[in-house]
Design a protein around this ligand. Structure first.
Ligand SMILES: Nc1ncnc2c1ncn2[C@@H]1O[C@H](COP(=O)(O)OP(=O)(O)OP(=O)(O)O)[C@@H](O)[C@H]1O
Ligand SMILES: [Mg+2]
Length: 497
């Protein structure tokens, strides 16, 4: 009778042996292995693993038994236990170095996760796994640099003390700014172009509880109407094909727990005003192409040089949004309303101009200051800065005198850029001389074009090249301004801020 072959081992036993021998193989061949339990506690480490302990700053006795996330920075072992999902290959970087690692969940006979098994496959993979690791570290570095640059960008540039001036009007602005900084309410900054609304918005953020969180600004006038909604609320992944396929966070999301500065709020299209109102009331919104509601905690500072109340009357600004924004209005005085601050402003601006241009600091003679005090300053502090800059660059003299300002100011004197009322310090201007008959008899279109050109030039100078502000000064729409500007291409080279 043939002898019977030995009984086959049962499948269960094979599996158990396989598991045991694989475990032993891994434990012996990997550079280091560890096992954690369901509570993430390290229950065992291999002999090999012990070599990493000094770099991790632990002795075996205060390593085994601890929760893995408390002793191994950046580990994902706990994540593997909690999700039951293996991470077959990963790079782990912490102060002990960079490691190629693998992590597997451990399950009992019912399939319940009872812990995880982790292996260090390679240490110093940078030497054995070039160029993959090179690429990884380059991307990581780029990401770190970008994060740092973004953080620096969002750090407040100004404090309340940067708002220069000790006139009653300036002190009142600073008092109000300090008061609102302590609250979470919406702030509305009102004032002519160049009066420091943006500066104050930064300063309020810097003085608030949110100072360590982002300050995010949107210039509503500078974003085309059709893109504003995406700019505010973001775009859900897959909402569009192409560049935005991955989705993009909107400014509300970026400003979460910080401050969102809505500059030129008067330029907000009506259709979007109601959506904004909803976000202000609910602190929640839906990104474009998504039906998921996102919640944010954002403090709003809005600014405009427009007369919002008049816009409400004219039906171009929603009354309910206006009341919602107008909780804590701060009106910034025009420069001509606080001429006693002129000298201090000149001092600070001249210093800043010197620092940025690398030129020596220049002082002003008392005649120069008198001349400056006699101006109407429709472009306010931005215009003052611009005039100072021009005078500084025009001469090597260390003392700026009235004559140094004459050229810049003569250009400013174009009628369209003057404020309607002459400041009280000015002697009454002589009535304009009757135009010579010959000049008046030139073709009307030619004369009109000349006047238009000089008005546009003056407005651009007054606003240091800020086209939106220049359009506002001339009381024409942005579109009309760009249209007219296209007819005088030589004006476009005016410096832009
Ligand atoms: N009180 C101030 N002290 C020092 N600098 C100031 C002050 N106010 C404004 N400035 C300077 O004047 C320039 C214009 O200020 P800012 O951009 O804040 O004005 P704005 O009110 O936002 O103008 P616009 O309505 O045209 O946007 C900036 O260079 C700013 O630093
Ligand atoms: Mg501004």
């Amino acid at each position: 009778m043939p002898t019977r072959p030995p009984l086959p081992l049962d499948a269960d036993r094979v599996l158990k042996l396989a598991a045991q021998s694989m475990f032993d193989t891994f434990a012996n061949t990997a550079m280091g292995t560890m096992v954690v339990d369901r509570e993430h506690r390290i229950v065992w480490i291999s002999e090999g693993y012990k070599r990493f302990l000094p770099a991790l700053g632990h002795a075996e006795a205060d390593f085994v038994g601890r929760r893995v996330e408390d002793v191994v920075p950046n580990t994902l072992m706990a994540h593997v236990v909690d999700t039951g999902q293996a991470i077959l290959v990963d790079l782990l970087t912490n102060h002990a170095g960079t490691f190629l690692v693998s992590r597997l969940p451990l399950r009992d006979e019912n399939g319940t996760v009872i812990g995880a098994f982790g292996m260090v496959l390679l240490d110093h993979p940078e030497t054995t796994m070039q160029p993959l690791i090179g690429k990884f570290s380059r991307l990581q570095r780029e990401l770190d640099d970008t994060r740092r640059a973004l953080a620096a960008e969002r750090r407040p540039k100004y404090t309340i003390a940067s708002f220069v001036g000790s006139s009653a009007a300036a002190l009142e602005v600073k008092r109000q700014a300090r008061r609102v900084a302590g609250t979470d309410s919406t702030v509305l900054l009102l004032g002519e172009t160049g009066t420091g609304k943006e500066l104050l918005a930064h300063a309020i953020h810097a003085a608030s509880q949110r100072a360590a969180r982002p300050f995010v600004g949107v210039n509503i006038a500078a974003v085309p109407d059709t893109l504003l909604e995406a700019e505010f609320f973001g775009v859900a992944p897959g909402a569009y094909t192409g560049a935005d396929r991955k989705g993009r966070d909107g400014k509300f999301k970026l400003a979460d727990r910080g401050t969102l500065f809505l500059d030129e709020i008067g330029d907000m299209p009506l259709a979007l005003q109601s959506k904004l109102l909803r976000v202000l009331q609910e602190q929640e919104f839906e990104p474009l192409g998504s039906n998921r509601v996102e919640r944010v905690d954002v403090r709003i500072v809005a600014a405009t040089s427009r007369d919002l109340a008049a816009m409400v009357d004219a039906g171009s600004f929603r009354a309910d949004l206006y009341y919602r924004l107008n909780v804590l209005p701060i009106r910034l005085p025009a420069l001509r309303e606080r001429l006693e601050d002129l000298e201090a402003l000149v001092e600070v601006l001249a210093e800043d101009i010197a620092r940025r241009s690398g030129l020596p600091h220049k002082a002003l003679s008392s005649e120069a200051l008198e001349l400056l005090a006699a101006q109407a300053w429709p472009g306010n502090i931005r215009e003052l800065r611009n005039v100072l800059e021009q005078a500084t660059l025009m001469t090597d003299d260390a003392l700026l005198d009235a004559r140094h300002f004459a050229a810049a100011l003569r250009l400013e004197a174009a009628p369209a850029a003057r404020a309607p009322a002459a400041p009280p310090t000015l002697p009454a201007a002589p009535p304009p001389a009757a135009p010579a008959a010959a000049a008046a008899l030139r073709p009307l279109p030619e004369q009109v074009a000349e006047l238009e050109r000089s008005a546009i030039a003056a407005a651009l100078r007054a606003t240091a090249g800020n086209k939106v502000a220049a359009a506002r000064l001339l009381k024409v729409s942005r579109a009309a301004f760009y249209d007219k500007l296209a007819r005088y291409p030589d004006l476009v080279s005016t410096p832009v801020d």
